[in-house]
Structures are given as structure tokens and as C-alpha cells.
Ligand binder design. Structure first.
Ligand code: PAF
Length: 283
């Protein structure tokens, strides 16, 4: 497994693999890898000859009051997990190298960032879209794999790939959960034991919603209210949003009579957790 720090070294590596007709799968991350990331790397490995993992805590996708400085890291463990998952190159750029002085360009999408997390994190998706565009140009992958837990991010990447004519296949990786249902996230490491119990309320509330929908409830407002009351029954929880929306446009749905995305964001203490589930009431 090669470790590459310079953009030019990464580009050279990819050009050489392309010359040898080796397909390249790409998993961009911010490090502190867990089994969710492992499943993305394994997916990339199953689809491509080579797998590139990038680890870069991207400052432009954090708001001024967010956890950029506290973001956890464990490079040694990340490299071990990457090696085991079959990654062939790790791209580890520095902040100054990604954003040199006088950097001026931003990628902003018009519509998709207006919903869900974008309402609460105004700079986030511009930062994600910009860094992913840069990473696509540096790594030049054939396939890029993104986790479905960040569903809005996945939709935004799909859209920017179309809009900017990247010849890259975007593949979604399933949400990986702890045994008790909590969606894996690097941010789970911030939780105390008591908060960890409260964090279960996200998954439990989605199960409650599923049961209501299966018994015929189609009103998202009524379901959302019940979920919110349920979640607020747990210590230190504050619901940011609970949404039922179209899985493509992310626009709110008024009646759950076709396939939809149920998505929620909840603060547990100061940790912001998200989760989601695609559902089709007709199935
Ligand atoms: O999902 C993430 O870890 C990040 O948003 C990404 C895609 C690596 C961009 O910084």
C-alpha cells in the first residue's frame, strides 16, 4: 500500500494505473475509520483493480462553531484497516496543499443543499462539493463510493458528477450499524456512556415510525411529532429535524404514498448525530 502526500504524486500514480488499464475505485474520508468505512473500501475493492483511500479533514466544510479542531484522528489504525480492506494507495494531503494561498474557487449547488442538514449547516455542502471536485480531479477514479448515512451528501455528489461531467460512477454504500442499531460514525466517539444510550433514540424512533407506517399511517407530520416526543424522552437530546422527503429532490412530502426518505438529525449533548432510512410503503 502506497502512501502519497503530494497532489502531483497522487496524479502520477493514477495516470500510471490508467496507462496499465487498471480501474481505480476511490473512497474519500476524513479518517478515524470504522466498520462503515471498511465496508466502503471493500465495496470499492470488489468493483475495481485499485483502491485509493483519501484521508483529509476538510476545513471548508465545518462552520465556525463546529468540531473541526476536535475532530478525532488515529492514522495508525486507519492505515491498518485500509491495508486489510485491500486499499492500494492512501492519499494524505495537507491543508495548505489542498487550499494553497489565494485559493478562490467554490463549487455550490443551487437546490439540494437547501434541505435537511443544509438548513442547519450553511457552509457545509459548499465545502464538501469543492473538496470532492478537487479530489476527483487529483485521484481521477473510475468509481467513487460514498456512504448512505450521509444521504444528502451522496445526492449532492451524484448531482455534481452529472453537472460537471465527471466520468465517474458514484456507488452508494449501505449504512453500517452497531449491534444495537446505532449508525456508525466517527463522531460516536464523542459520546459518554449515558449519551450513548440516548443516541439509540434515533434508530428506535425510526423503527417506531416504520411500525406506524406499516399500520397505515401516511401523515408525515403526525409520525414526526411522535418521533420527536419519543426522542426527547431520552436525556440530553434535542431534535434538529425529522424529515420525510422525496429521495431524489429532497423536497418534503405531504403524504407518504410512494417511496420516501426518512431522515433525522439529533443533538445528544453537543454531538450532532444523523440517520436515515429509505422506505417504500407500497412494498
Ligand atoms: O463524508 C466525509 O467524510 C466527507 O464529507 C468527505 C466526502 C470525505 C469530504 O470531505
Amino acid at each position: 500500500m502506497e502512501i502519497l502526500k503530494a497532489k502531483s504524486a497522487m496524479q502520477q500514480w493514477s495516470k500510471e494505473k490508467k496507462r496499465l488499464l487498471r480501474s481505480i475505485g476511490f473512497v474519500p474520508t476524513m479518517g478515524f475509520l470504522h466498520q462503515g468505512h471498511v465496508s466502503l473500501m471493500e465495496k470499492a475493492k470488489s468493483l475495481c483493480d485499485e483502491v485509493v483511500l483519501s484521508i483529509f479533514v476538510n476545513p471548508t466544510q465545518f462552520g465556525p462553531t463546529e468540531d473541526l479542531d476536535a475532530y478525532p484522528c488515529d492514522l495508525e489504525n486507519d492505515l491498518n484497516l485500509a491495508r486489510k480492506a485491500g486499499v492500494t494507495a492512501v492519499f494524505l494531503p495537507t491543508k495548505d496543499h489542498v487550499y494553497p494561498q489565494n485559493f478562490q474557487t467554490k463549487i455550490e449547488l443551487e437546490h439540494l443543499p437547501k434541505f435537511l442538514c443544509g438548513k442547519f449547516r450553511p457552509v457545509h455542502f459548499g465545502g464538501v462539493a469543492t473538496v470532492v471536485t478537487k479530489l476527483f480531479n487529483i485521484v481521477m477514479p473510475d468509481v467513487a463510493v460514498f456512504g448512505q448515512k450521509d444521504y444528502q451528501q451522496l445526492q449532492i455528489i451524484r448531482q455534481l458528477t452529472l453537472d460537471l461531467d465527471f466520468d465517474i460512477k458514484i456507488v452508494a454504500g449501505d449504512i453500517v450499524r452497531e449491534k444495537d442499531g446505532l449508525a456508525m460514525s466517527s463522531r460516536n466517539s464523542y459520546l459518554s456512556q449515558a449519551q450513548r444510550t440516548s443516541a439509540m433514540s434515533l434508530f428506535k424512533s425510526m423503527n417506531m415510525a416504520k411500525a406506524l407506517i406499516q399500520s397505515g399511517e401516511t401523515d408525515p407530520q403526525a409520525i414526526g411529532k411522535k418521533m420527536e416526543t419519543f426522542i426527547h424522552g431520552f436525556d440530553e437530546t434535542a431534535v434538529e429535524y425529522i424529515c420525510f422527503c422525496d429521495p431524489v429532490t429532497l423536497e418534503d412530502m405531504e403524504n407518504l404514498d410512494r417511496k420516501f426518505l426518512m431522515a433525522l438529525a439529533v443533538r445528544v449533548g453537543t454531538t450532532r448525530l444523523i440517520d436515515n432510512c429509505l422506505m417504500d410503503p407500497l412494498q
